[in-house]
Write a new protein. Structure first.
Lengths: 112, 115
C-alpha cells in the first residue's frame, strides 16, 4: 500500500524567507509524486509532479521539489516566500492504476 | 471554462435527509474520481469510474453512499439518510487514463453541512 507523510501540519515563515515543506512517501513500486495547493474554499491545484524523469522538478509560482529515492522524500521548496503563498499544501503519491493517495496537508502561513 | 465543475457548491441539510452532488468532468477525460475532505485532513479516496464503469470503491463508501456515471460523462454522488459525520467537502476530479502520469484535475468541491 502507498502512503504519504507530511511532517508538520503548520509551517510559518516570514515574507522573503525560504519555504520548506516536507513529504516522505512509501511505495513498493516506482511512484509518481505530486504537490497540490489549496486556497481557502477552492479546489486543489497542481503545483508540480515527479514522473521518473528529472529528479529536480520545477513547478508553478517558483516552487520546486527534489525526488530522493534513498530518503523516500519529495520535499517542496521555494527560495523566497510571498504573502500569496499562504495556503494548504498536499503531497500525493500513486503508481500505475492506483488512486492518488494524499498526505494530511501542511498549512503555510507567511508573516509580513 | 472547460475545467471540472461541481454543483451545488454548498449544501446544508438536516440529519436523515438525502443529498445528491453532481460533477461534470473535463470533457475528454475518461476517469472520474470522488474524494472526501474533512477539516484538517487531506482528501480521502471514495470511488472512481473509467467511462461508465465503477472500478474501485473505498471502504469509506458505506452503503448509504452511491455514485453513478450513467453515460460516462457527468457523475452523481448520493448520500442517503445523512449523518452529522457526513459533513465534509466532497471533491470531484477527472483524468485521462493511459496518458501522462495520472494527474488529477479537481473541481472546487461541494461542501456538505449536516445539522
Amino acid at each position: 500500500a502507498q502512503s504519504v507523510t507530511q511532517l508538520g501540519s503548520h509551517v510559518s515563515v516570514s515574507e522573503g524567507a525560504l519555504v520548506l515543506l516536507r513529504c516522505n512517501y512509501s511505495s513498493s513500486v516506482p511512484p509518481y509524486l505530486f504537490w497540490y495547493v489549496q486556497y481557502p474554499n477552492q479546489g486543489l491545484q497542481l503545483l508540480l509532479k515527479y514522473t521518473s524523469a528529472a529528479t529536480l522538478v520545477k513547478g508553478i509560482n517558483g516552487f520546486e521539489a527534489e525526488f530522493k529515492k534513498s530518503e523516500t522524500s519529495f520535499h517542496l521548496t521555494k527560495p523566497s516566500a510571498h504573502m500569496s503563498d499562504a495556503a494548504e499544501y498536499f503531497c500525493a503519491v500513486h503508481s500505475g492504476n492506483t488512486p492518488l493517495v494524499f498526505g494530511k496537508g501542511t498549512r503555510l502561513s507567511v508573516i509580513a | 471554462d472547460t475545467g471540472v465543475s461541481q454543483d451545488p457548491r454548498h449544501k446544508i441539510t438536516k440529519r436523515g435527509q438525502n443529498v445528491t452532488f453532481r460533477c461534470d468532468p473535463i470533457s475528454e477525460h475518461n476517469r472520474l474520481y470522488w474524494y472526501r475532505q474533512t477539516l484538517g485532513q487531506g482528501p480521502e479516496f471514495l470511488t472512481y469510474f473509467q467511462n461508465e464503469a465503477q472500478l474501485e470503491k473505498s471502504r469509506l463508501l458505506s452503503d448509504r453512499f452511491s455514485a453513478e456515471r450513467p453515460k460516462g460523462s457527468f457523475s452523481t454522488l448520493e448520500i442517503q439518510r445523512t449523518e452529522q459525520g457526513d459533513s465534509a467537502m466532497y471533491l470531484c476530479a477527472s483524468s485521462l487514463a493511459g496518458r501522462g502520469t495520472g494527474e488529477l484535475f479537481f473541481g472546487e468541491g461541494s461542501r456538505l453541512t449536516v445539522l
